[in-house]
Design a protein around this ligand. Sequence first.
Ligand code: AMP
Ligand code: MN
Ligand code: MN
Length: 340
Amino acid sequence: MKITLPVAASKLREAKKILVTAHVNPDGDAIGSTLALMQVLREMGKTAQVYIDDKLPKNFSVMPFAEEIRRPREDEKFDADLLVVLDTSPDRIGNVRNLTEAPLLNIDHHVTNKNEDIDLYIEPGAAATCEIIFRLCKEMNAAIDKNIAVCLYTGIATDTGFFKYSNTKPATLRTVADLVELGVEPNLISEQMEKRTFLDLKIVSAALQTTKLYYGGKVVGMFIGENLMRKGETTEGLIDLIRVLEDVDVAFLLTCKEKNVCRVSMRSKAVNVSEIAKRLGGGGHVRAAGCTIYGTFDEAKNLLVRTIGGAMVEMGYLCASDFENRAEISIADFELPEND
Ligand code: AMP
Ligand code: MN
Ligand code: MN
């Protein structure tokens, strides 16, 4: 059932032991929103603990209190009277679902979250769940200290591509202005998020070599197979290198997470990629969406390229002859022009 922000606030006020979680494959918004809410609830005198069923990307581990995030062990239980699920519907929280039988409170900004049977506060217009948590703090009259502000800022900055994506609204910028007033130093956060090792850079160069164009250059893909994935620490930012290509509408990154489990990230300039992700069992936003495909890397690649092309034909972004043109242009075969 959809609830309002004041109702969400009262559910938090009534609870005493709160388990806070977010989606697997956690991003800056998932980690920032859970850590911020945990700190706010502890300030209110409650027991609050974040569990996320995944490894944390190392760049996000610098957020205040990130070291307190736990990953559920098999058969572990957590005594809670409320389970708060942030930045996703509860189907993407992995084993956290088995930690407690407590009632759910879901707070999210994904249009594809359509849960009817649980308490859901959804704001598809919010750039990030962290933006909603900021408003929730105001609603609860909870003070936002610098650590909380850093977490909220990081989530908003990463979900908006540092204020470049179309989800960056006046309210988003007003919120981050307030967070900067509370002590956040934007340059330090960018530095932390952009920090890469020499190995990471090597992975970027190897990943770039896998880039392929499809459908006359309207779709671009990058492929991080099992081998490359084992070597690399992070795939953060890789898709941003290809989504900027001229004439490209849809960019995707296909990553081998484990054997026969392939992760897909999609970005677009116009096409509604959340619709494409939904066809493959995932979801997200109009211009940023994702899904998981179970199968070999090659099977996932073929299914993904065909599904994107087919959907683009239906949506009117691709003509049938472009769809039938199976030619792929690989960056590895692309010849540099001769000097005049
Ligand atoms: P990513 O490419 O991982 O940054 O994800 C882009 C957007 O799609 C994010 O808002 C994700 O939360 C959402 N998303 C990614 N994977 C899935 C999935 N399997 N199901 C639903 N939403 C997803
Ligand atoms: Mn997220
Ligand atoms: Mn988000």
